[in-house]
Design a protein around this ligand. Structure first.
Ligand SMILES: Nc1ncnc2c1ncn2[C@@H]1O[C@H](COP(=O)(O)OP(=O)(O)OP(=O)(O)O)[C@@H](O)[C@H]1O
Length: 285
């Protein structure tokens, strides 16, 4: 290991996790733990897949990182915030620092693409008039981000007129508008065909690397996780039973995540990491 005293500030920043969860437990309404002793580190610049069958706790884990889950034990730190013990007003700051991308894009359909991206600024700017309250600097930045995600030419179009892949790019630009320290993407490609899914995940990975932030992405399609991420963590019944570098993992090593999931179990038969698409696995997305 390199002596920390010899590292530059930038190197130190890369080496420190932006997110740490230790022995994290979550229980809804006094029920059983749906997350049970989860440990997680997320480092700047890496794209990490979160896998697990339906109900294993993927969304709950993401919600725990933004203070939306009823944590019953353990610790969570995100970008310097102690999420389980936030000071007054700190929750808003935390949420403004975490960009979120969802399966259904969550755009305002009748508003323009540009306005949708601008709404990303509301997290830090507070309640301002959506139509007239943005500064020219906001608009300039939103247009730059649309250019970055490849759809600046659609800026004036209503969001509803865009394809699914384009809408997800708008949602990513909106998340970037927050200048996030972390991006959480909850099944961001589950509504897209495989080719668009590849391109959206490539974009997210590029952002992780170029902006030096962690991107945590939950996925249902194993080949996508094996192709597009640096690390994979996997939940089963709320416990993290897989955690490793993607290059060290394959479908066989990930199979225990889905051992009681009939759809995925079928999808593993004859699957190797080099196959681009496993129909049964895709069918369940
Ligand atoms: N608001 C809630 N109230 C009570 N139980 C909940 C709530 N949200 C989730 N759960 C339960 O917590 C467990 C984990 O759910 P979660 O949505 O985190 O799983 P998931 O892995 O994201 O599933 P999926 O892949 O289907 O989205 C499930 O048993 C679910 O029923």
């Amino acid at each position: 290991m390199i002596d920390p005293a010899l590292m530059t500030t930038a190197e130190l920043r890369q080496a420190l996790p932006l997110v740490t969860a230790r022995d994290l437990r979550v229980a809804y309404d006094g029920g059983p733990n749906v997350l049970d002793g989860v440990d997680l580190d997320l480092f700047p610049g890496e794209m990490v897949a979160l896998l697990g069958s339906s109900g294993s706790g993927k969304s709950t884990l993401m919600r725990s990182l933004t203070g939306f889950a009823p944590v019953s034990g353990g610790q969570v730190r995100v970008a310097g915030h102690d999420v389980t013990n936030l000071r007054r007003g700190e929750l808003r700051t935390l949420r403004s620092e975490v960009g979120q991308v969802f399966q259904q894009f969550n755009l305002i359909p009748r508003m323009s693409v540009l306005t949708n991206v601008l709404t990303g600024a509301l997290h830090s700017a507070g309640p301002i008039n959506v139509a007239y309250g943005f500064t020219s600097a906001h608009r300039k930045r939103a247009l730059e981000l649309l250019d970055r995600v490849g759809i600046a030419h659609k800026a004036k179009d209503p969001a509803r007129s865009l394809s699914g892949g384009q809408q997800q790019r708008v949602a990513i630009a909106r998340a970037l508008m927050q200048q996030p320290k972390l991006i959480l993407a909850d099944e961001p490609v589950a509504s897209l065909d495989p080719k668009l899914a590849d391109s959206v995940l490539e974009l997210l990975r590029e952002i992780a690397v170029q902006d030096g932030i962690p991107v945590l992405v939950s996925l249902h399609v194993l080949p996508l996780a094996l192709t597009h991420t640096d690390r994979i963590v996997g939940l089963r019944h709320g416990e993290m039973i897989v955690s490793g570098r993607t290059v060290d993992l394959d479908a066989a090593k990930l199979a225990p995540l889905y051992s009681d999931d009939v759809d995925h179990a079928d999808g593993f038969e004859g699957y190797t990491a080099s196959e681009e698409v496993t129909p049964n696995v895709h069918a369940s997305a």
